[in-house]
Design a protein around this ligand. Sequence first.
Ligand SMILES: [Zn+2]
Ligand SMILES: [Zn+2]
Length: 399
Amino acid sequence: MQDNNKTPLNVKRLTEFRRDLHRHPELKFNEFRTSEKIAEFLTALDIPFKRGLATTGIVASIYGHGHSADNPGPALGIRADIDALPMEEANNLDYASQHKGCMHACGHDGHTAMLLGAAELLSADRRFEGTVHLIFQPGEEGGAGARVMMDEGLFRLFPCQAVFALHNWPALPQGHMGTKVGPIMASGITFEIIIRGKGGHAALPHSTIDPVPVACAIVTQLQSLVSRRMDPLDAAVLTIGKIEAGTSPNIIPSEVKIYGTCRTLTDESQSLFLEGVKRLSHHTAKAHCAQAEVIIKPGGYPNTSNHSKEARFMASIMRDTVGEQRANSDVRPAMTAEDFGFMLQNVPGAYGWIGNGNDADSGGDLHSTTYDFNDKNLEIGAFFWEKLARQWFLTEAQR
Ligand SMILES: [Zn+2]
Ligand SMILES: [Zn+2]
């Protein structure tokens, strides 16, 4: 870590800020209090910002010396997601959630605080040639908030030459960082299959078209997409998480609904999957005189695929921040999904991880009822973003 004796970063205040957000988590597009707290923090630093993109989103702009809204120069975007999850916190912390059925179990409270720490550092010394846009994004958890902000003009109003984001990561030890070139997180697509047959008496199957065995056959067949259609070196997951059918053991239902999700790291695997789900469902149903309808749900996330120049640059800043031993420039990708992938489809950039640790103290896995962002990362994250921004203007913006 840097010698930060003389920096303007107030770690104690930042920690209190993070814990206040943790105490008051808010669900997607309802982050009104969170948004207000971010606005107060920015106002105290005299940083201009625009509110209202995707309802509760905020974009703050820190201008380097000689730059302004009319003359932004090269511009860089850094994104933090701000929303929480619909679950009950099981932690016995003095700052545990006070909002019933809502919890910061993905550490977005920490992402928000790290970015505000960077705002404090960057605004205190404006010796950089351009503009840093801090993007506080709502609705990451299933709301595609990144896409909503973009649809409402994010990159038109605040053009960025590159965009970066960090996620706290329990699989890495606290204080370690990592990224990679190419796909780092999977795409997440949800689908529904409706199998229609003909219902009737359980004792008279010959006068019905029973959709239940058809559904069972489809569920089994679908896994052959993973084992027989995918390139074995391309990661892919298909999970059926919910099946609905029938009302009674002595009635053959007329319809079965199957709900599933597939996760892939490349666009090619995703198309292969979606085509395969449709083909296997239709033909298996047809073979049993039933019919299948496949509905691909809107709102799926694309994979999060890092651009090579930006990922390499991000990795170099990780090495500078936490040291060679703690920085990994080629992490194993994860099959979870992230809406930052939408931003990377439009603007070059990279996404990386900051280790939260996965021991008893750090609360286990993301989305678990005992999760908690590790406050030791606030300072590291704030300095990381400051370093990344300053270095980007020096070397990357010019290329
Ligand atoms: Zn999450
Ligand atoms: Zn998250």
